[in-house]
Design a protein around this ligand. Structure first.
Ligand code: GDP
Length: 295
């Protein structure tokens, strides 16, 4: 992943990496290349421009032209700034509730159900929690079945109520069930639509208002480029979610989503999905992602 961005940044920075001598002109030219590479990787133009302006100011502020190794300093500045843009330090998930309720939101196909299973598995194995998965998609019986399959795979109980058309009632019943049965984390998988839709937004907003989850997470397919940013913006305006899950980072994605989403909604990216299997989940580390982008 990120091959094209990485390669382009590499070639843009090559001059600076290779030579001790750089001039203001080739700083500007390199940053122009960096900007082009970011835009090519689906980073919003405005964000890419702001990014290179900040790097340029810092470069001049640190007197990069007169530094002993200006190329290395520029590479560090670009990396630090990319890390900062993607969120600085890694952020965890709030597990302070009893039970802690985690509400999943996102479009259909974004990877919500798969991620719900992965998260349950992760919390069970890494944090010794006892999760409960909850099927709140009242429209697609196949979605309920899918969550049961995922739950079986990871050995986590799935709460569902086929035929019940009220997702708020299902979520409430699930939380009561969790309390009675010693589940300390409740992960609620909700219905998504193929595109942003008012009824879906109202439904998820109602669930959120009724159950007051510790975490509302927005799941987004990183392969969808600029659409991912627009979707994130629409969900955030309505839900004011707590964090982002970027899925399908194992695919041929260009990676701009990580940078743009964070800048546009200003919410932390908490986890990434890196495959279809239940263990293909990673905590999102901005500095690691920056390393990966820079190659
Ligand atoms: P939902 O409609 O949002 O619940 O999405 P699903 O969980 O059903 O996922 C949609 C498709 O994407 C399924 O075929 C999943 O196997 C696949 N998928 C989910 N997460 C990932 C991921 O991180 N990497 C890859 N390669 N595929 C994924």
């Amino acid at each position: 992943m990120f091959d094209s961005l990485s390669d382009k940044l590499d070639s843009a920075l090559h001059v600076l990496k290779g030579h001790g001598q750089i001039t203001e002109i080739n700083v500007a030219e390199t940053l122009k290349e960096v900007r082009r590479a970011l835009v090519d990787a689906d980073v919003n133009y405005k964000i890419a421009k702001e990014f290179t302006n900040v790097v340029k100011e810092k470069a001049l502020g640190q007197d990069v032209l007169n530094a002993l190794k200006p190329g290395q300093l520029m590479v560090k500045l670009v990396k630090d700034e990319l890390t900062e843009l993607m969120g600085g330090d890694a952020e965890g998930i709030n597990l302070s509730g009893n039970p802690s309720v985690i509400l999943m939101s996102g479009l259909q196909g974004s990877g919500k159900t798969t991620f719900s299973g992965k998260l349950a598995n992760y919390l069970k194995t890494k944090k010794t929690k006892k999760p409960l998965l909850v099927a709140c998609d009242v429209y697609r019986p196949a979605a309920i079945n899918q969550l049961h399959v995922v739950g079986d795979q990871v050995g986590v109980e799935v709460f569902s109520d086929e035929g019940n058309q009220d997702p708020v009632a299902i979520a409430r019943a699930a939380i009561a069930h969790a309390k009675e049965n010693g589940h300390n984390v409740v992960i609620i998988d909700t219905a998504g639509r193929l595109a942003i839709d008012e009824a879906m937004m109202t439904e998820i907003a109602n669930i959120r208002q009724a159950i007051e989850p510790q975490e509302t997470l927005f799941v987004v397919d990183s392969m969808t480029g600029q659409d991912a940013v627009n979707t994130a913006k629409a969900f955030n305006e309505r839900l004011n979610f707590d964090g982002v899950i970027l899925t399908k980072l194992d695919g041929d994605t260009r990676g701009g989503a990580a940078i743009s989403i964070k800048s546009v909604v200003n919410k932390p990216i908490k986890f990434i999905g890196t495959g279809e299997k239940m263990d293909a989940i990673d905590v999102f580390y901005p500095s690691r992602m920056a390393d990966r982008i820079l190659g």
